[in-house]
Design a protein around this ligand. Structure first.
Ligand code: GLU
Length: 393
């Protein structure tokens, strides 16, 4: 049984790159008659943004991306918010220490900075790893009684994974093929923070295991973390249950210069968010596809083709046709450029499929406000005269 998850962090509105990740997970789940799970990765309390979780759910609902399990629908593998699973993670971090695959580290932020500066000065990659850890304050370098004393007196500590010095880590990516990384390129990443909260890495692996996730389909920005995740599966003794990985290509700005990001907001002349978003702290409003007059069918079709296409380069797909045609091995490795003209073209196409009455009912509330004296009984006729020329911002 295929089980995939979309695992956003509620640190702000979902941007369209995130929506595409959710969409590909959805298409993969439906195609394989599997389950799609929504998991809220909210372990970073400092970056938590109120309203973000509701926004994510509302956006995906608008697009018709339905979940089988999640914080809003329930399910047998809950809780579906990481902040509600806290005790689980601690247990696995302790388990790793016991097995000798993790250790306590007591370094202060000044000591960590000092180490980074020292390594940079000698032209080395500033990493906490098999070499540098021997110079730091941790349970591998300090005498045992000092470690015990520090733990007993409540000194601040984090738990780090203990990676071997020079070992190849390899895994197969459904899109990229074999990926090989040597541990000399990797860090002893923090697994449990000093506030007792897990980092993304530990929580993500524990949850994917406990939720019996079979395929991890996520953005390319997580590819560098995947070797660490493979090591965690190995050290936790779960390697035979390790999900398959598929890292999706980046969604790029229209000129191909860099990743389309949340910060692009309305700056590039088109929305980067599915729905309008008002930042709760700055009160700045960013527009959304819905508010700009885009139809969900058009947004879905446009996003599906940003990074994937069929052998015959077909362009128009209803949701059902997408499910039928979607093939993860045909997702491209290189970044996909956002194309505003194409987005408008899709929207125009789907708008022309609607009956005049349907368009009229979609716009009547706005017409009422903008032209209070307009006779609404003539709206369908007005739509007929103007729809062909409708322009989208
Ligand atoms: N919480 C991560 C994010 O915000 C999830 C990455 C993953 O899918 O493993 O993108």
């Amino acid at each position: 049984m295929v089980r995939v998850r979309f695992a956003p962090s509620p640190t702000g509105p979902l941007h369209i790159g995130g929506v595409r990740t959710a969409l590909y997970n959805y298409l993969f789940a439906r195609k394989n008659k599997g389950k799609l799970i929504l998991r809220i990765e909210d372990t970073d309390q400092k970056r938590y943004v109120k309203g973000a979780e509701d926004y994510i759910i509302e956006s995906l609902n608008w697009l018709g991306i339905q979940f089988d399990e999640g914080p809003h629908t329930g399910g047998d593998y809950g809780p579906y918010r990481q902040s509600e699973r806290k005790p689980d993670y601690r247990q696995y971090a302790d388990d790793l220490i016991e097995k000798g695959h993790a250790y306590y580290a007591f370094d202060t932020s000044e000591e960590l900075n000092e180490m980074r500066e020292r390594l940079e000065a000698s032209k080395m990659m500033p990493k906490y790893d098999a070499i540098s850890r021997s110079t730091m304050k941790n349970s591998l370098s300090l005498p045992e009684d000092e470690v015990k004393r520090r733990l007993a007196s409540g000194d601040d500590y984090v738990i780090r994974i203990k990676l071997p010095r020079n070992e190849e880590v390899r895994f197969h990516d459904e899109i990229r093929g074999w990926v090989v990384v040597n541990t000399t390129q990797m860090d002893d990443k923090v697994l449990l923070k000093s506030d007792g909260m897990p980092t993304y890495h530990l929580a993500n692996i524990v949850d994917d295991f406990k939720m019996e996730i079979t395929h991890v389909i996520r953005g390319e920005e997580w590819l560098p973390s995947a070797p660490l995740h493979v090591m965690l599966y190995r050290y936790l003794g779960w390697e035979d249950k390790m999900p398959k990985f598929a890292h999706l290509p980046l969604l790029l700005k229209p000129d191909g210069n860099g990743k389309l990001s949340k910060r692009d907001g309305d700056r590039l002349g088109f929305p980067v968010f599915p729905l309008e978003w008002k930042d709760p702290s700055t009160e700045v409003v960013s527009t959304g596809y819905r508010e700009e007059g885009y139809l969900p069918e058009a947004v879905l079709n446009m996003l599906a083709l940003l990074g994937w296409h069929t052998a015959d380069n077909q362009e128009l797909f209803s949701k059902d046709k997408l499910i039928e045609a979607f093939d993860i091995s045909r997702v491209s490795k290189s970044g996909a450029k956002f194309d505003l003209k194409k987005a408008q073209w899709f929207n125009h196409h789907y708008l022309m499929q609607l009956a005049n009455e349907q368009i009229a009912s979609l716009i009547q509330d706005e017409v009422k406000i903008a032209y209070p004296s307009f006779d609404l009984s003539r709206l369908s006729a007005a739509v007929e005269l103007t729809k062909e020329k409708a322009i989208f911002p």
